[in-house]
Structure formats: C-alpha cells, structure tokens
Design a protein around this ligand. Structure first.
Ligand code: AMP
Length: 114
C-alpha cells in the first residue's frame, strides 16, 4: 500500500535495520525501542490489523511467529526470554496499521503489561 510506512520498508523506500527476512516476512529494529532488544516482524503483504487477517492467512500467521522466534534467537534472547506483542487497534496502542509482532527483550519484562 502506497502510503503505508511498513510497506515502504518492505519495498526498500524507507531505510530500516533489517535483522531477518524470508519470502513471507521482514523483521527490523524498532525506530523507538522500548527495550534494549526491540524488533518488529511484519508480513510482506499489507494487512492492516490482526482483525483483517483471513482464515486463508493461517499459514502466514504461523510464519510470523516462526520469524519472531528466529529474530529472538538472532538478538540473543532465546535463553534470557522475550515477549511477543501484537497491538490491535488504536485503543491497544496500535499506531502503524500494517500488522506487526513486537519482539521485546534484554530487560526484565513486568506482568501485567501497562
Ligand atoms: P504499534 O504502536 O504497535 O503500532 O507499533 C508501531 C511501532 O513501529 C512503534 O514501536 C514505532 O516505534 C515503530 N516504527 C514506526 N515507524 C518506524 C520506522 N520507520 N522504522 C522502524 N520502526 C518504526
């Protein structure tokens, strides 16, 4: 989608520090990290929110999780622990409307989240 910042990262029009990519997903460092390790995993295809994901995207959802796990390993979080977050809709903090998985780690992560 032309005016989507994450589509433009996928297309290489906006620079990003990529940490992982495959044929279905791209992962890059968050520009405003809230933890020492903070990356985003996105589908190459534009889907606005988790609520727009279709039953036919079932495999893609699995691919996003497997990519997130690979990103966590790449960032050295496999033994210390990490958290995956999908903010869905503005009320939950979603600010970029291209579905994405936050991979967070590198510090103690409190529960419940804020
Ligand atoms: P959310 O608030 O869950 O929609 O998360 C969107 C995330 O995208 C935020 O953590 C932003 O810091 C991050 N972000 C926005 N624009 C960029 C960008 N150009 N490169 C990297 N991260 C970005």
């Amino acid at each position: 989608m032309k005016d989507c910042v994450f589509c433009r990262i996928v297309g290489g029009e906006i620079p990003a520090k990529r940490v992982f990519e495959d044929d279905a997903t791209v992962a890059f460092r968050d520009a405003n990290p809230v933890a020492p390790a903070h990356a985003l995993v996105i589908p190459r295809a534009h889907i606005a929110t988790l609520d727009e994901v279709q039953d036919s995207d079932r495999e893609l959802l699995g691919r996003l999780l497997l990519s997130a796990r690979a990103v966590a390993a790449e960032l050295g979080l496999s033994s210390t622990g990490y958290r995956l977050v999908i903010n869905t809709h503005a009320g939950a903090g979603q600010s970029v409307f291209h579905v994405h998985v936050h991979v967070l780690g590198g510090r103690p992560l409190g529960w419940p989240p804020g």
